[in-house]
Ligand binder design. Structure first.
Ligand code: NAD
Length: 431
């Protein structure tokens, strides 16, 4: 089949490359000319394991990029909207980019003689596809949904860092369509993947995505709350969760406590669901607490450091890890951001290191010394905060010798002081 993908960020570029791998002809549309050039040169616009290889394999054969909506719509059967849906000022979803993409799509569909399916893959709050996207496409195309064009919502569940693998090995595919014809076109695109397809309406599909992410975020905040209590009682919270997680009704994953969740999805999606609940007059107490626990967690790292070192003014502090999680260069909502902001407020000298995310963090913080290795960041440091679960941090040992004061606060349960040959003053965030 022929498909166009609007937006070439994490979701768009991975979907485009994977649809090409599944044998479809793919056109990427992005307003960022630099990304268009990169894709046409076979270079992935973001880092994801395996993405460069797929881009090189398919670019200029069955995968091309353009900024021309008319060309893309004329030469495809369906268009997937994969643009960003950031949080607005009050935390509710900001749909301005989705609206702009819907209007552009509508204008292009106006010039097309054949049926076309509009698919929303961006994470949008329930009712957006039917009450925002559909009317905009009708308005700008002058055509009728269900007759001249189809509409569906197909949420994406990929994990950053494992996005290509997840796209090709999904545990579920959800297609919420306004009619059978739209459902058929979208589900056909995934035919080669061996996985159940949930056939629903658009608002249910939208809700499934939010509930999925909100539940995982809830598990993390729950684990953090339990971890904070366990620490005070001298109980090993990991031992507790290992036992609790053997219950098949609970499951061990996402019960690790630490500095909290970040990234482009969990914080934004929980806040968007809170915003939607508020709009319909419901007060979502549990979801608010999930966000509340998560906001406090990273700052506890700084509190522990202050307890050990006192005043942090002009003290060199190594921050290990800037990405919101390992195996990605994405720093959106990374827990290291509030930690660095607080350290700067307290006058600390920050030496930061991340294997991938340094360039992105430079756009946010200039007053930080960015180091080329963990060893360099630790040199002469009086304290160290471990913020991201990079595998290379697990192997740190002699590097701690170079610290002026070997205080290590671990936000990710990465270091076991018993495995380290040097004496370190170690403290885990919740253990
Ligand atoms: P992103 O910000 O990385 O990428 C968005 C892309 O859209 C950018 O390349 C931008 O230039 C382009 N764009 C903006 N306006 C455009 C327009 N009018 N026409 C064409 N292109 C335009 O976003 P992302 O992380 O890929 O997320 C996209 C959506 O998918 C969001 O709703 C997000 O919540 C959801 N999602 C993200 C993930 C994830 O892990 N990142 C996972 C599942 C779902």
């Amino acid at each position: 089949m022929k498909v166009s993908i609007i937006g070439s960020g994490y979701v768009g570029s991975v979907s485009a490359a994977c649809f090409a791998e599944l044998g479809h002809e793919v056109i990427c549309i992005d307003i960022d000319e630099e990304k268009v050039k990169q894709i046409n040169a076979g270079i992935a616009p973001i880092w994801e394991e395996g993405l460069d290889e797929l881009m090189q394999k398919h670019t200029q054969k069955t995968l091309i990029a353009t900024s021309d909506y008319d060309y893309a719509v004329q030469n495809s059967d369906a268009s997937f909207i994969c643009v960003g849906t950031p949080s607005g000022e009050d935390g509710s979803i900001d749909l301005s980019i989705v609206k702009a993409a819907s209007a552009s799509l509508g204008r292009a569909i106006a010039k097309k003689d054949h049926y076309h399916v509009v698919v929303v893959k961006s994470t949008v709050v329930p009712e957006t596809t039917e009450k925002v996207v559909l009317p905009l496409v009708e308005e700008y195309s002058g055509k009728k949904a269900g007759k001249d064009f189809g509409i569906a919502m197909n949420p994406e569940f990929l994990r950053e860092g494992k996005a290509v693998y997840d796209f090709m090995h999904p545990d579920k595919i959800v297609v919420g369509a306004i009619d059978e014809r739209s459902f058929f076109v979208v589900s056909e695109l995934y035919r080669k993947l061996d996985c159940p397809v949930t056939h629903s309406n658009p608002r249910t599909a939208e809700m499934i995505k939010y509930v999925n992410n909100s539940f995982l975020a809830t598990k993390i905040s729950f684990a953090n709350e339990v971890g904070n209590i366990c620490k005070q009682l001298g109980i090993d919270t990991y031992e507790v969760m290992d036992a609790v997680g053997t219950d098949f009704r609970i499951e061990r994953q996402f019960l690790n406590c630490g500095a909290g969740f970040g990234g482009s999805c969990f914080p934004k999606d929980v806040k968007a669901l809170i915003g939607k609940a508020k709009d319909i007059g419901y007060e979502p107490q549990l979801l608010r607490s999930v966000v509340g626990v998560n906001d406090k967690q990273p700052l506890k790292m700084v509190e522990l450091l202050q307890k050990k070192l006192g005043d942090l003014k002009n003290r060199r502090i190594a921050v290990l890890g800037l990405a919101f999680k390992n195996d990605t260069d994405d720093i959106r909502e990374s827990r290291s951001i509030p930690v660095i902001a607080e350290l700067l407020r307290l006058g600390a000298d920050i030496a930061a290191y991340d294997p991938m995310a340094e360039e992105s963090m430079k756009h946010i913080f200039h007053d930080v010394t960015y180091c080329k290795s963990a060893a360099q960041a630790l040199e002469e440091a009086e304290g160290c905060l471990i913020m991201t679960e990079w595998t290379e941090f697990r192997k740190l040992d002699k590097e701690f010798d170079a610290m002026a004061n070997r205080v290590v606060i671990d936000g990710r349960h990465l270091i076991d002081p018993k495995d380290i040959s040097t004496d370190i003053d170690y403290e885990g965030l919740c253990w």
